[in-house]
Design a protein around this ligand. Sequence first.
Ligand SMILES: CC(C)(COP(=O)(O)OP(=O)(O)OC[C@H]1O[C@@H](n2cnc3c(N)ncnc32)[C@H](O)[C@@H]1OP(=O)(O)O)[C@@H](O)C(=O)NCCC(=O)NCCS
Length: 172
Amino acid sequence: MSKMSAKKKEPVTIREADEADALEIRNVINSVAAEKYYLVPETSREDWRETIKEIKKRKGIIIVVQVEGKIVGMAYLARGKFEKNKHVASLGITILKSYRRMGIGTAMMNHLLEWSKKQEGLEKITLEVFSTNKPAINLYRKLGFEIEGIRKRQYKIRNEYVDEITMAKFLT
Ligand SMILES: CC(C)(COP(=O)(O)OP(=O)(O)OC[C@H]1O[C@@H](n2cnc3c(N)ncnc32)[C@H](O)[C@@H]1OP(=O)(O)O)[C@@H](O)C(=O)NCCC(=O)NCCS
């Protein structure tokens, strides 16, 4: 568990998620998905309990950030399912709109990166991001992620084509 102080001066706690957080995680994802610009699905998966269990079973991590007890963001590293890709983890991160630009995203990413360094056999973190999502791309670049590839016109958001950028950071 780690604590940091956001610009709003409210206590911010980052901790590992458990199954009891499933509903609040779903609400956060639904709220960000409704903005339409950042996440691929239109709505969250219904039940996060199985996903939380599955991520942990595969030696990944899922974290939540709480401000005054309320979950305002989540992030995860989900490791590959197979012998051939279990050295790679996929990263996802989502924060409610009114809690962005306060350093919470940086704190969550640093939490995941610190954790990653201690994991045996974990060598690479990958992620996908819309080419239009400058806040996220800036955050990832700042933390040492590099662009691996671009899938052109992979999405249509409000009738505009958007490329998908794949980024990665090697831990070794
Ligand atoms: C991307 C996201 C996690 C960033 O979290 P955050 O808490 O707002 O980020 P921070 O306050 O820690 O900012 C870290 C860096 O990110 C970049 N950044 C964040 N918001 C930005 C913005 N609005 N415009 C440009 N750069 C931005 C900057 O480089 C910033 O560093 P700086 O403050 O020194 O300029 C957050 O915006 C979010 O949840 N967005 C919606 C969901 C999403 O896009 N998830 C990623 C999908 S791939």
